[in-house]
Design a protein around this ligand. Structure first.
Ligand SMILES: [Zn+2]
Length: 360
């Protein structure tokens, strides 16, 4: 089990009701605890029969939240917690009183007066952890800073990977977003066209510099980010699906430290797109882990200069790679992806690795 902590957007008008719910939950817990002590009852089932009706009538919580409060006291007694009063800082929810909606990232929570939908303020990490998980338990919490949070519990199921039979080399770049050792390339013309369009708009608006221009700039940048995130999700999903289907290890360049800077500095013109480059890597990594596809990171030195056919140093001119030793010539990113695949195969040594690398 993994707990994902999410900020909850509680509108001002609902805050008193949420606070009252937390208070009622704490009061219920405290009262249940008193009964438990007076009667010497610690088992959840027995406690439930003793106090349920009375607690609901006294504190007005929904049936399920009352059950949750009783369960919490029983757990505290079992763990021999000394504390006998409960603070109004958290309430437990299960699938009858909590539901997550992935389409608009909202959560339905039952509070006093009924169920309400709340917006979750999520970062990339949290979305990734929650996507497709259909969680069934959560804790509503009010932290000391006065903000509301929802701690959502998700069950992590890591699929068992099939034994790999080959390696898929993936070269990530700024211009061609991803090139595969199968010969497939993602990004290119269409993405470049849209990016150039945005870049031109940005430049024009920056020159203008008025308040309205700045506002439009912000909106455009949001739109471009959403577009690139969508592209990156699509590409990474396709690569991981392909690798999973063919039982391939995905081989990527290890870009930690100095090499990362060196690789990205090459294209200053695309300074603005650096984050998208890293985002695609991130997406690939988490999707691979999620779907049980193995990843291997290889040393990126010479991957773009070496000829993947004969392993001699060749020449790269823009998109074209040529090797004077064996006469090979082809797309430089394809050649790079093949080298990354070959290195990955050296590290992982699956059977038939060469066949799969050269399949394209
Ligand atoms: Zn060659």
């Amino acid at each position: 089990m993994l707990t994902v902590c999410c900020k909850l957007d509680v509108p001002t008008e609902l805050r008193p009701i949420v606070d009252a719910t937390l208070q009622a939950f704490a009061d219920t817990c405290t009262a249940v605890r008193e009964v438990a002590e007076e009667t010497g009852t610690t088992a959840r089932f027995k406690l439930h029969h003793l106090v349920y009706r009375d607690m609901r009538a006294r504190f007005g919580l929904s049936a399920n939240l009352t059950c949750q409060a009783i369960a919490r006291v029983a757990a505290a007694l079992k763990a021999k917690h000394k504390r006998s009063t409960f603070k109004p800082t958290s309430a437990s929810y299960d699938q009858r009183v909590f539901r997550l909606f992935e389409a608009d990232w909202t959560a339905s929570l039952t509070i006093l007066g009924g169920a309400r939908r709340f917006k979750l303020l999520l970062g990339e990490y949290q979305r990734r952890q929650l996507a497709g998980m259909d969680p069934t338990a959560a804790t509503l919490a009010k932290h000391r800073n006065g903000r509301y949070y929802l701690h959502i519990q998700v069950r992590r199921v890591v699929p068992i990977p099939k034994p790999a039979v080959g390696v898929l080399g993936v070269d990530l770049g700024i211009k061609n977003l991803a090139s595969l050792s199968t010969g497939e390339r993602f990004g290119g013309a269409e993405v470049t066209r849209i990016r150039d369009h945005h870049q031109a708009m940005r430049a024009a608006l920056q020159r203008k510099g008025t308040k309205g221009a700045k506002r439009l700039l912000r909106r455009l940048s949001g739109r471009e980010q959403r577009y690139m995130a969508w592209i990156n999700h699509t590409i990474s999903a396709r690569i991981v699906r392909f690798a999973r289907h063919h039982a391939l290890v995905v081989s990527l360049e290890d870009l930690t430290g100095i090499r990362e800077r060196a690789k990205v500095r090459k294209s200053q013109r695309h300074k603005h797109h650096r984050w998208a480059f890293h985002q695609l890597r991130d997406f690939l990594e988490y999707k691979a882990v999620r779907d049980g596809v193995d990843l291997v990171l290889v040393n990126p030195a010479y991957t773009s200069q070496t000829c993947h056919r004969c392993l001699c140093i060749g020449k790269r001119a823009g998109d074209l790679f040529t090797c004077s030793h064996c006469g090979y010539s082809g797309h430089s990113d394809y050649n790079g992806a093949c080298n990354i695949g070959l290195l990955g195969a050296c590290v992982t040594r699956p059977e038939h690795s060469l066949f799969c690398i050269l399949a394209g």
